[in-house]
Design a protein around this ligand. Sequence first.
Ligand code: MN
Length: 285
Amino acid sequence: MKICRFDKDRLGLVQGREVLDVTEALEVLPPARYPLPRYDPLVANLAAVRARIEALAPRARRLPLESVKLLSPVANPGKIVAAPVNYTKHLEEARADPAIHHQNQIAEIQRVGLFLKATSALAGPGEGVALRKLDRRNDHEVELAVVIGARADRVPRQRAMACIAGYAIGLDMTIRGPEERSLRKSVDSYAVLGPWLVTADELRDPSKLEISLAVGSEPRQRANTRDLILGIPALIEFASAFYTLEPGDVLLTGTPEGVGPVRPGDVMLAAIEGIGEMRVEVRAA
Ligand code: MN
């Protein structure tokens, strides 16, 4: 199932080039009560939401996909976890380019581990990316995004795949420079998630997916998730050894080679096999 959020917090079921408005399915969620949970309520209740979506779909209003503004399919992730350098060719590229590595040591993921992006950086493809620090290089990084579906505390890799709700395309937008990664990658709108959540039952093997990004008509990144240094099960094991992963947490698995700058006015086209593609406009903040 492909589940999207669109326009003014509508919930959609994506079928081909159409979006079925199934917003009523949100009524199965428990009422919000302070303090709010640290997980995303929609993802935490995904089974019930899906059942309601299926019941609503035959009578749902149908909209052309092109006519809706796509938001992040996960509204309230508790964490956005990201892998710094997780493809060998990108590791070589980063080490060779001082614009990318600056003073920071570029090291293997097994040594440096993971970092966090602020949840306030989250944006949907229809919202676009608003660049800051235009005197610096602002780079695109396309990544396979994993959405956690079940609480995961110290989960060994052998059991990790059972903790996944689904997948999306992630853009880990980055200002290059000397500051900590988490600062340079947490600018508002610098974590794009979309175009929808593909549930794990629909995308059974994420370990060999074609992944690409173009800026306008210029191809920039093209790779396959089979070349991940740490695959998804190992990333979940690594992250959950330090902190509990909650439903709705987003795990950005790292970008392949070909990262490069974007400028206001550019349009990014990102695609991942089995998920789909998304168009993201770039503007100045
Ligand atoms: Mn990245």
